[in-house]
Design a protein around this ligand. Structure first.
Ligand code: PAD
Ligand code: ZN
Length: 378
């Protein structure tokens, strides 16, 4: 029976307040309004950015349905949606593409002004929500909200992908893989022969390693305080692995000694201000480029020696790997289908969606890279 135009009742993982477990609830998902799309989520990954909301490092309004890295199938569309139809396979986009704003029109940027990150978010573009639970409106997250059987997305937050794509793999193109890989090939534009350092070897940092390798970097130095992450980093292309806790001196000095004058490109993929400064300081004193990928912790400020910039280093940030999402996501899916890169090594755990709290424990204890949550019982 078609539910188009009707409210769908389904299960979702609601985060009622900060620092609490998820609670699996029955929620009501309103039909899509004009230019919106209702999607049945098939697979969704657990990313550290979701956890940042729970801890308060990324400030969002509660109650909220988190989740932003996913793949699913269109259930119904609102008025005026012409490019996507029910049954299409799609990936939600936490960085939208409206195609009209100064960022979308510029070849230099990808952060569409309709993004939900810098605005403090929590709502659809019209300022309302499509989720209700126990009579309360539940907030959206980054225009996506994928820890639910059904979600509603504005059409500028959706990319249609190859109908043959395996959703349990390509969900990673919705965040972790594209963010890391793009930070190397798109934001930094790593050249062949470069020396790179990557701070933080989660799903995103390991994808930076893949990007550096694909770009032909000659030395890829992987940095993490959890040495259990080193085997996978080496498998994906790291040439050296360094644990800052094995040294008395600061990590940037260790990296400068290892490389002579510092690295060509450094990537901060943790989300701590200390590693942001270390990733700037370990760059080549003249032309090194440092890219902030980790989400900056709320209300913390950085103090650093401006001489680091004066002498020629560049400091930049990268959201969603610099990709213009709507255009690039289908292309990245096509590249995956052509086996240009792999995703399997990043997916270490598969759990039923109702075990979401177990999935977050695996992330917090450093045991998982990516856990994929699935909605089918098998
Ligand atoms: P993760 O938690 O799986 O990986 C982080 C890694 O950092 C872990 O392996 C930690 O052991 C390691 N780590 C912790 N402290 C240190 C330290 N002091 N020095 C070196 N390593 C350390 O996270 P993830 O890979 O899912 O995400 C990484 C960051 O990227 C996180 O801040 C997330 O919010 C951010 C992110 N940014 C974007 C974007 O668009 N810029 C997208 C997705 C995720
Ligand atoms: Zn993410």
């Amino acid at each position: 029976m078609s539910m188009a135009g009707k409210v769908i009742k389904c299960k979702a993982a609601v985060m009622w307040e900060a620092n609490k477990p998820f609670s699996i609830e029955e929620v009501e998902v309103a039909p899509p309004k004009a230019h919106e799309i209702r999607v049945k989520i098939v697979a969704t990954g657990i990313c550290r950015s979701d956890d940042h909301v729970i801890t308060g490092a990324l400030v969002m309004p509660f109650p909220i349905i988190l989740g932003h890295e996913a793949a699913g199938i269109v259930e119904s569309v609102g008025q005026g949606v012409t490019s996507i139809k029910p049954g299409d396979k799609v990936i939600p986009l936490f960085v939208p593409y409206c195609g009209e704003c100064s960022s979308c029109l510029s070849s230099k940027s990808n952060l569409c002004i309709k993004n939900n990150i810098s605005s403090g978010g929590g709502f659809m573009l019209d300022g309302t929500t499509r989720f209700t639970c126990k009579g309360k409106a539940i907030h959206h997250f980054l225009g996506t909200s994928t820890f639910t059987e059904y979600t509603v997305l504005h059409e500028s937050f959706v990319a249609k992908i190859d109908p043959a794509a395996p959703l349990e793999k390509v969900f990673l193109i919705g965040c972790g893989f594209s963010t890391g890989y793009g930070a190397a090939v798109q934001t930094a534009k790593v050249e062949p022969g470069s020396i790179c350092a990557i701070f933080g070897l989660g799903g995103v940092g390991l994808s930076v390693i893949m990007g550096c390798k694909a770009a032909g970097a000659s030395r890829i130095i992987a940095v993490d305080i959890n040495s259990d992450k080193f085997a996978k980093a080496k498998e994906l292309g790291a040439t050296d692995c360094v644990n800052p806790r094995d040294f008395k001196k600061p990590i940037h000095e260790v990296l400068i000694e290892m490389t002579g004058h510092g690295v060509d490109y450094a990537f901060e993929v943790v989300g701590h201000i200390e590693t942001m400064v270390a990733a700037l300081a370990c760059c080549h004193y003249n032309y090194g480029v440092s890219v902030v990928v980790g989400v900056p912790p709320a209300a913390q400020k950085i103090t650093f020696d401006p001489m680091l910039l004066f002498t020629g280093r560049t400091w930049k940030g990268s959201v969603f790997g610099g990709w213009k999402s709507k255009d690039s996501v289908p292309k990245l899916v096509a590249d995956y289908m052509k086996k240009i890169f792999v995703l399997d090594p990043l997916i270490t755990h598969r759990l039923h969606f109702t075990k979401i709290n177990e999935g977050f424990d695996l992330l917090r204890t450093g045991k998982s890279i990516r856990t994929v949550l699935v909605f089918q019982d098998s």
